[in-house]
Design a protein around this ligand. Structure first.
Ligand code: CP
Length: 315
């Protein structure tokens, strides 16, 4: 494929191929000299229409470590502020001949739409509530390294499922790899129809965490609650915040994950987040750079092959 728009388009063997290549980049990233040449001479543009720390920084580092010329488009200072549409902005950038476009946008489906209008590879860095594919892939790599496998695990995804593209992409990926998935949270933050997806749904945190191998916590995404029900943080922490007492329901060697940004004292206790024996939150960040390097490397190979076929008049 030319684009990475969602986990829904990936087969299990493609997911494994990303994780296997990412392992090589984990090793490269731990060296003092971190350069590879998979994107040498290529141009990468990052367009983030929503705030980001981890995803933007890691895509930028990933591109630079692979030898690309990387440009971060400052959306706040661009003509988007003067009313230019997403598509016109994309067509303008397309005319500058980029090879990779990394896009985060608040509207679900916006990145797919944009991908239809440009000639380069497009990577979805999160679109609305829809998908955040590189997050699910970095989570899968983190789990595989901690547990030695990415199948037959019991994974509890907890909190604001309804507004979470991270939950959706993880649900799809973990389902494709044949894991047992539990969604845990208040009914008001649970999307409709989830039980039809083959996962268990729990309102009670301890019941949801019982025997889990992986506990994945999510942030309350107030920016997507559209003025609807927003729980009181105190009440929420009491019932759904991950603390030592609730974590005791999971397996003794269960790992704790959080995609970030994290709200300590709301969805997770700070001591749990910092407990290096349980928390793999910093590993997730480290895996993020390697996974994004692997994704861009694989897409660049496909793009070169496609352009080669076009040049030879095969297509
Ligand atoms: N997990 C994640 O997407 O974090 P950022 O919003 O900081 O990129």
């Amino acid at each position: 494929a030319r684009h990475l728009l969602g986990i829904e388009h990936l087969a299990p063997e493609e997911i494994r191929a990303v994780l296997d290549l990412a392992e090589k980049y984990v090793e490269l990233n731990q060296r003092t000299i971190k350069h590879a040449d998979a994107l040498q001479g290529m141009t990468q543009i990052n367009m983030f229409f929503e705030p980001s720390t981890r995803t933007q920084a890691s895509f930028e580092l990933a591109g630079k470590r692979l030898g690309a010329d990387v440009m971060n488009m400052g959306v706040q200072h661009s003509s988007v502020k003067k009313g230019e549409t997403l598509i016109d902005t994309a067509l303008t950038l397309n005319a500058m001949q980029p090879d990779l476009l990394v896009v985060r946008h608040p509207a679900s489906g916006a990145v797919d739409l944009l991908a239809q209008k440009v000639k380069c590879s497009v990577l979805n860095a999160g679109d609305g509530r829809h998908e955040h594919p590189t997050q699910a892939l970095l989570d899968a790599l983190t789990i595989r390294r901690a547990k030695g496998r990415i199948q037959r695990l019991t994974v509890a995804i907890c909190g604001d499922i309804a507004h979470s593209r991270v939950a959706r992409s993880n649900l799809i990926l973990l389902g494709k790899m044949e894991n047992r998935i539990r969604l845990v949270g208040p009914p008001t933050l649970m999307p409709s129809g989830v039980s039809e997806l083959g996962c268990e749904v729990h309102e009670d945190m301890k019941a949801g965490l019982e025997g889990a191998d992986v506990v994945m916590m999510l942030r309350l995404q107030k920016e997507r609650m559209d003025g609807g029900f927003i729980p009181s943080e105190r009440e929420y922490y009491h019932r759904y915040g991950l603390d030592a007492e609730k974590l005791a329901a999971a397996k003794a060697d269960a790992i704790v994950m959080h995609p970030g940004p994290m709200n300590r004292g709301v969805e997770i206790d700070g001591e749990i987040a910092d407990d290096i024996n349980r928390s793999v939150i910093q590993d997730q960040v480290e895996m993020g750079v390697a996974v994004r390097m692997a994704c861009m490397d694989l897409l660049a190979r496909n793009l070169r092959a496609e352009r080669g076929r076009q040049a030879a008049g095969v297509m």
